[in-house]
Design a protein around this ligand. Structure first.
Ligand code: MIC
Ligand code: SF4
Length: 645
């Protein structure tokens, strides 16, 4: 039987397990990346594992999230990461060099390689045929130490493209269309492969927009073939030698095939507060816009910003709109500047922000109260922008600019003809903002710089047979990690200070949760479907661990968050009968007993002492996951079992 693209890469990297969907597989990881908001914790964990030098082919530490330095905290964390990179053999991408996914695609990604990153949008690398996945920081730390990365062997979904995008319709609309079809949980447990004759009409930046936003489907990753378009992109980046062709076999078998005719698509918008709340631009034309943001790892390539500049040239944005542009990388910014396109953007009245995540993660540029913000980003979760009552709409750069010019959500077709954008034959290459590590001899004597913001890892303890706890919080479906552990300029500087962060845990849903959890000491959280979707931040597990959360009982979990809970030694348990969710009330006194036997049998019983009901829970884990849970988390498991070997 033939293989899909992802199956070929998995087969070439398989360290353990069977390639049958649903079974656990261990993969050899060629490359890793981290960003600063998750990186500090990941490197603290790497240091705790105790390996003198990274064992991957390439590991890069990026600074792109916490770039607003309104106190010593972020600057200290940057220096910590820089000194770790130099000592342990990683490249260090300085603040200002760009967003990790954009820079990695430009300078480091290679078709056919495996990449894990402590950021959920790592699948951007799938745009050049990498098997690129988001992971918790601890999993990245283990992979840097040469350990395998474990996932459940995914199912394969093929999205077969035909036709060609019409003028003014862009790759972002393809992402929104697939979100409309599949929803934010439709990709869970699957890899999305993009194929069909329509693929050859899409450039690498367009493909990367699509694989980037595949994260919002809950997919393990998304991947495009590596073809002549990929070769041309790598050649333009001066690294054609990194090219390898990759395609699926003609008789490859997919679990599901979805067909999209590119020429039938029209401009789309994801309305507040979910990326799958998709409507046509034409349905929203009366919506008044206050703010427009172009950028983020989804839409900040040179191609995107050349389009933005050509639309703004000689025009002014509406007086009622505040607009920002954040280029994805120094390469993009520098090339925009060299060709004069930057002047066209600035002359229009738009504000230039640095090459970083910025407003996407609430690092500045929050909207006005109850404001409508149109963003070319990938997430519009409630409160993520930093303004709790803002309404964030996700759109293409084309719709963003058209709306900035008129002040209302606008179909760019209203602006007339769409000028073609020429992509350069050669990109401007300057890697001077990527610092190289010290050689192994010198590295031995280097010390790591640790600022006072860095606090110890929360206490872990081996699993006990009985857990008595209070149901301190009951939440609904699609709870995101932005609900569990919010980000934003005020909190992000404390990503290496779990006690401080804990004050904000679940604050979007219930400001009293943190205090209540601390007071009871032992907590179970109850959730609905797709619990923990969104970011890969392991803080959404480490902070609950610190607050005494022992188990989360939900109807279903998002992949990375479930792994992060296990890594933190917190039990992710699922209702056997989802209707049992309704029997539990916040404040109930609960008991989970016989957990050791439950881990063996795959079935646990939750006794709700307040309601007097017994509920059956699924507690099916792999042998490795059971061992991690019993040890009290992956750090203890790794230390005890010497994965170092
Ligand atoms: C995000 O887009 O939510 C982030 C910020 O990039 C996160 C990582 C983090 O929380 O630091 C992600 O997507 O993994
Ligand atoms: Fe940064 Fe936003 Fe991309 Fe996350 S989604 S990596 S915050 S640009």
């Amino acid at each position: 039987m033939g293989l899909t693209i992802a199956q070929k890469i998995i087969k070439a990297h398989l360290l353990s397990g069977e390639m049958t969907p649903g079974s656990e597989i261990g993969l050899k990881i060629d490359q890793t990346l981290t960003q600063d908001a998750t990186g500090t914790m990941a490197y603290l964990e790497f240091e705790a594992i105790g390996i003198p030098r990274v064992k991957t082919e390439l590991s890069v530490a990026y600074i792109d999230h916490n770039t607003l330095q309104s106190g010593f905290e972020n600057a200290d964390d940057h220096l910590y990461i820089q000194s770790v990179a130099k000592k342990y053999g990683l490249r260090f991408s300085r603040p200002g060099n760009g967003i990790c996914h954009q820079v990695h695609l430009e300078r480091f990604g290679k078709p056919g390689k495996t990449l894990i990153g402590s950021d959920s949008h790592t699948p951007t690398g799938g745009g050049i045929g990498m098997l690129a996945m988001g992971a918790g920081g601890l999993d990245v730390a283990v992979a840097m130490g040469g350990g395998a990365y474990y996932i459940t062997m995914p199912k394969m979904i093929l999205v077969k493209l035909s036709g060609k995008l019409r003028p003014w319709v862009s790759a972002k609309d393809v992402s929104l269309e697939i979100l409309r079809i599949l929803s934010v949980k439709g990709g869970v447990g699957s890899i999305i492969e993009w194929g069909g004759e329509g693929v050859s009409t899409l450039s690498v930046p367009q493909r990367a927009t699509i694989t980037n936003m595949g994260t919002e489907l809950g997919a393990t990753t998304s991947i495009f073939p590596s073809d002549e378009v990929t070769r041309a992109f790598l050649a333009a980046e001066g690294r054609e030698e990194d090219y390898t062709p990759l395609s699926s076999d003609p008789d490859a078998v997919y679990d599901r095939v979805i067909e999209i005719d590119l020429s039938s698509l029209e401009p789309l918008v994801a309305c507040p507060h979910s990326p799958d709340n998709v409507k046509r631009v034409s349905e929203l034309k009366d919506v008044k816009v206050d703010q427009v943001c172009v950028g983020s790892c989804t839409n900040s390539s040179l191609a995107d910003l050349l389009r933005v500049a050509s639309m703004l040239k000689g025009k002014k944005i509406d007086d009622s709109v505040s607009m920002s542009v954040s280029p994805g990388s120094k390469q993009v910014l520098s090339m925009l500047s060299d060709c004069g396109a930057l002047s066209d953007i600035l002359a229009s009245g738009a504000r230039l922000l640095e090459c970083a995540c910025g407003p996407c993660i609430g690092m500045g540029f929050s909207p006005n109260s109850a404001g409508v913000s149109l963003r070319t980003f990938n997430r519009n979760f409630e409160g993520r922008s930093g303004t709790r009552d803002a309404g964030v709409y996700l759109v293409s750069p084309e719709v963003a600019v058209a709306s900035a010019l008129t002040g209302y959500i606008t179909d760019p077709a209203a602006l007339g003809d769409c000028e073609p954008i020429e992509l350069p034959k050669k990109y401007k290459i300057d890697d001077s903002a990527v610092l190289l590590p010290a050689d192994p001899e010198t590295a031995k004597d280097l010390t790591v710089r640790r600022g006072p913001n860095i606090k110890p890892f929360p206490d872990t303890r081996p699993l006990s047979d009985t857990v008595d706890a209070t149901l301190t919080l009951k939440v609904g479906d699609n709870i995101t990690t932005d609900h569990i552990m919010p980000a934003g300029a005020k909190i992000l500087p404390y990503r290496s200070n779990i006690p401080y962060l804990s004050k904000f845990c679940f604050a979007v849903c219930d400001e009293t949760f943190s205090e209540r959890a601390k007071a009871v000491g032992s907590t179970v959280i109850v959730g609905g479907v797709n619990y923990g979707q969104g970011s890969s931040r392991e803080h959404a597990a480490l902070v609950p661990l610190y607050l005494g959360v022992r188990a989360v009982v939900a109807k279903s979990f998002a992949r990375i968050h479930a792994a992060n809970l296990i890594n933190a030694g917190i039990l992710p348990l699922t209702f056997r009968d989802p209707a049992d969710y309704d029997k539990l009330e916040q404040g109930d006194v609960l008991s989970l007993s016989g957990l050791f036997a439950a881990l063996e049998s795959g079935e646990a019983t939750l006794f709700d002492k307040t309601q007097g009901v017994k509920i059956t829970l699924d507690c099916r884990f792999t042998e490795r996951q059971r061992a991690i849970l019993l040890a009290g988390g992956l750090l203890d498991y790794t230390r005890n079992n010497g994965e170092k070997k």
